[in-house]
Write a protein that binds this ligand. Structure first.
Ligand code: DAH
Length: 341
C-alpha cells in the first residue's frame, strides 16, 4: 500500500504540473481526489490493514492528499495568472497608432449663399419667414394681380393637384407676400426663401424645382429710392464693395412700377465676356413698388402705406457667386463637386 500511495503521489503530481488549463486541472482533481477518485479508492482499502499498520498508512495518505491539494491550488493560481497576463496583452490599446480620419461634410454652396443673404437682411432688420410649398392658385396668382389668362397658369407650365386648377405647387415665392400681409400689420420687413416648381425640362439653366428668395418692405412713405438703395447695398455685400448695379424698367403684375436689377459683370467689368454673354451686365432680380391693388386685396390701405418687393433665383446667385456653370451640379450632390466649396 505504501508503494501504491507513493506511485499515486508521483504520477498525480507530474500530471498536475503538466496541466495547461483550468479545465484539465479540474479533471485531474476529480480523477485523484474526487469521491470516486484514485486516492479515495486507495483509502478504502485501509480496512484490510492490520491495526498496527493503519496509523502510519493513514498519516502517509493524509500527506499525499495535502500535497496534492496544495499543488493543485498553486497550479490553479499560476494558470489564472497566465490567463490574465495573456488577456492584458491581447486587449492592450496601442495609443500610438494613428487614429482613423473621419470625413467631415460641410454646407452646400447654395446654402452658404443663402446664409449670407439671410445675414445681410437680418442685419437690416428683416425677418426670415418660411411657409408652404403647396399653394392655392388664389395666392399664387389672383391675389398677386395676375390675370386669368396669364400664361403661367397653363397646365403645361404649372404642377396642379386638382382638376379645377385651384391647388398647385407654387411657381414663385411671391405668394409669401400675401400670407405675411394677411397676418401682420405694417411696418413689415421680411425675406422668404423657399422651393418653387415649374414644368421645365432639366438642362444647364433649368430645373422643375428651384429656389427663390422673396423680399418685401411695407411702411409709411416707402419709396423706390428705398428699394434701390437697399438692393444696391445687398449686391455690394454679396459681390464686393465695388459692385455696380443698374435698374431697368420691367413688368410684373404685382408691382407698379416694376424693374429688374443687373450687376455689372464681375468678370469683365462691363466690357462683355462669356460670363455675361457679351452683355457686360448680369441680371440678378425682379423688383418693384407693390401694386396698390395687391395691397388693398390683402387688407392694407394703399393710401396710408406703400411698399416694395423683390424676388430672385437662389441657384443663379450661388452659380454667379461660385462661378458654377451648370445648374444640375447644384442638385446632383456629387461629393466631388460639393467638396470644392
Ligand atoms: N415672382 C417673380 C418671378 O418668379 C419675381 C419677382 C419679381 C418677385 C418682382 C417680386 C417682384 O417680389 O417684386 O419671376
Amino acid at each position: 500500500m505504501k508503494e501504491l500511495l507513493r506511485e499515486l503521489r508521483e504520477r498525480s503530481l507530474a500530471a498536475i504540473s503538466g496541466a495547461d488549463s483550468a479545465e484539465v486541472l479540474e479533471g485531474l482533481r476529480v480523477q485523484f481526489l474526487g469521491k470516486k477518485g484514485e486516492l479515495t479508492a486507495v483509502l478504502k482499502q485501509m480496512g484490510k490493514l492490520s491495526p498496527e499498520e493503519r496509523p502510519a498508512m493513514g498519516q502517509l495518505a493524509n500527506e499525499v492528499r495535502a500535497a496534492l491539494e496544495r499543488t493543485i491550488d498553486e497550479k490553479r493560481a499560476a494558470l489564472a495568472d497566465a490567463a490574465l497576463r495573456l488577456r492584458l496583452e491581447s486587449e492592450a490599446v496601442d495609443v500610438t497608432i494613428p487614429g482613423e480620419a473621419h470625413r467631415m461634410g460641410h454646407r452646400h454652396p447654395m446654402y452658404v449663399v443663402l446664409d449670407e443673404i439671410k445675414d445681410i437682411f437680418i442685419g437690416m432688420g428683416f425677418e426670415v419667414v418660411e411657409d408652404r410649398e403647396v399653394e392655392l392658385a388664389e395666392y399664387n396668382f389672383d391675389k398677386l394681380n395676375e390675370q386669368p389668362n396669364h400664361p403661367a397658369r397653363e397646365w403645361t407650365d404649372t404642377f396642379y393637384f386638382t382638376e379645377d386648377s385651384s391647388i398647385l405647387l407654387r411657381t414663385q415665392t411671391s405668394p409669401m407676400q400675401i400670407h405675411v400681409m394677411e397676418r401682420q400689420k405694417p411696418p413689415i420687413r421680411m425675406v422668404a426663401p423657399g422651393r418653387v416648381y415649374r414644368k421645365d425640362e432639366v438642362d444647364a439653366t433649368h430645373s422643375p424645382m428651384f429656389h427663390q428668395v422673396e423680399g418685401m418692405v411695407i411702411d409709411k412713405n416707402v419709396t423706390m429710392a428705398d428699394l434701390k438703395g437697399t438692393l444696391d447695398q445687398v449686391a455690394k455685400r454679396l459681390y464686393g464693395a465695388d459692385t455696380v448695379t443698374r435698374f431697368r424698367p420691367h413688368h410684373f403684375p404685382f408691382t407698379e412700377p416694376s424693374c429688374e436689377m443687373d450687376i455689372q459683370c464681375y468678370k469683365c467689368k462691363g466690357k462683355g465676356c462669356p460670363t455675361c454673354k457679351g452683355e457686360g451686365w448680369i441680371e440678378l432680380l425682379g423688383a418693384g413698388m407693390i401694386h396698390p391693388k395687391v395691397l388693398r386685396m390683402s387688407g392694407i390701405d394703399p393710401d396710408v402705406y406703400s411698399g416694395w418687393a423683390f424676388g430672385f433665383g437662389l441657384e443663379r446667385m450661388a452659380m454667379a457667386r461660385f462661378k458654377i456653370s451648370d445648374l444640375r451640379l447644384i442638385f446632383e450632390n456629387d461629393v466631388r463637386f460639393l467638396e470644392q466649396f
